[in-house]
Ligand binder design. Structure first.
Ligand code: PMV
Length: 325
């Protein structure tokens, strides 16, 4: 029996990933940029044993069957092929944040699983290979492997599509104030959503103009220019949601309170409070701001009707092994 445990943070995309060039390998149509979210994490223990007949998977202590188990098992097949071993595994995973509500639980999940499973089976993978491996489970998981502010280089094949650190967490003390509007699972998961992106007439325009937004975002991070970051982050979120809403079938992830917040935040900014919004494939609104403004942003979000709770996260580190429990 060989065991390893690992921890990974979710990430919030500043420039979004939506749509693949290769769905099986999860090679994205465009590069993306994100920040890891400290304080929120997935902790995963993997145990391989030649005597196990099947893979098993528990999430927050609940045994998983069906699609959830199947996705983990398929990921473990990739790890087994790399290692040349056919051992089955027991996977135990726990999140300290709501699963499936636009807080990218699959990113933290597959980043932690990539680190724990590869170590437990005896592979010695560097950060680049771990990122490419995590990508096979969930594209955005590639960005939860490196630390801090991260860019996923889209690449052309399995080995050159991986993420790198643009700047370490201490480079910029941004805070993500997450207005949680729903804690239940979203209707259409992102794997399914990526398959629909190409059916929107807007997707080609989004992809064609993405290089320029990536450049603006990189520069804003490197120079810690919040105003420059705010304009490109909101534009990119709106573009992704425009693609979602115009795909066939159309995907609407927003709730009324999501729109309330999207209208309020630019007004706050105009009146001198540095903050900007971005939404992933769910109704929760991530409001980014410099750390010394987080308390005000948080208290303004908390009084908006429909906001269940506000989580806050600073820039987080990379995925890593942890001591055995
Ligand atoms: O990694 P996936 O397949 O869960 O896709 C993530 C998609 C978004 O969260 C909507 C955008 C992103 O870049 O994280």
């Amino acid at each position: 029996m060989t065991t390893a445990t690992a921890l990974a943070h979710p990430n919030i995309a500043f420039i979004k990933y939506w749509g693949n060039r290769d769905d099986a390998l999860r090679i994205p149509q465009n590069g993306s940029i994100s920040m890891n979210l400290a304080g929120l994490h997935t902790h995963t223990r993997v145990c391989f044993d030649p005597s196990y007949a099947v893979d098993s998977f528990t999430l927050n202590n609940l045994p998983q069957t069906g699609a959830g188990l199947e996705r983990v098992s398929q990921f473990l097949d990739i790890v087994r092929t790399l290692a040349g071993k056919n051992w089955k595994a027991q996977v135990e995973s726990a999140n300290n944040f709501p699963t499936g509500a636009g807080i990218a639980s699959s990113a933290a999940a597959f980043a932690a699983l990539a680190v724990a499973a590869s170590q437990a089976i005896g592979l010695d993978l560097d950060e680049r290979r771990l990122s490419a491996l995590a990508r096979r489970g969930s594209g955005s998981a590639s960005r939860s492997i490196p630390a801090g502010y991260v860019e996923w280089l889209p690449g052309n094949n399995d080995s050159d599509s991986y993420a790198v650190t643009l700047a370490p967490p201490a480079h910029w003390d941004l805070v993500d104030c997450i207005a949680v509007l729903k804690e239940t699972h979203k209707l259409t998961g992102s794997s399914e959503g990526h398959l629909l992106a190409g059916s929107s007439p807007l997707q080609q325009a989004r992809i064609g103009s993405c290089g320029e937004r990536l450049q603006r975002c990189r520069r804003a991070i490197i120079s810690r220019d919040f105003d420059a970051l705010a304009s490109v982050v909101e534009l990119d979120s709106n573009l992704m949601h425009a693609v979602m809403m115009t795909s066939n079938p159309a995907l609407f992830y927003w709730e009324p309170a999501s729109i309330e917040i999207m209208k309020a935040v630019p007004e706050w900014r105009q009146s001198g409070l540095p903050a900007c919004y971005t939404l992933d494939a769910g109704p929760n609104v991530h409001v980014l701001c410099p750390a010394d403004h987080a308390a005000v942003v948080r208290s303004r979000l908390e009084i908006i009707p429909g906001v269940l709770q506000v989580l806050t996260a600073t820039a987080g580190g990379g995925a890593h092994l942890t001591a055995e429990d």
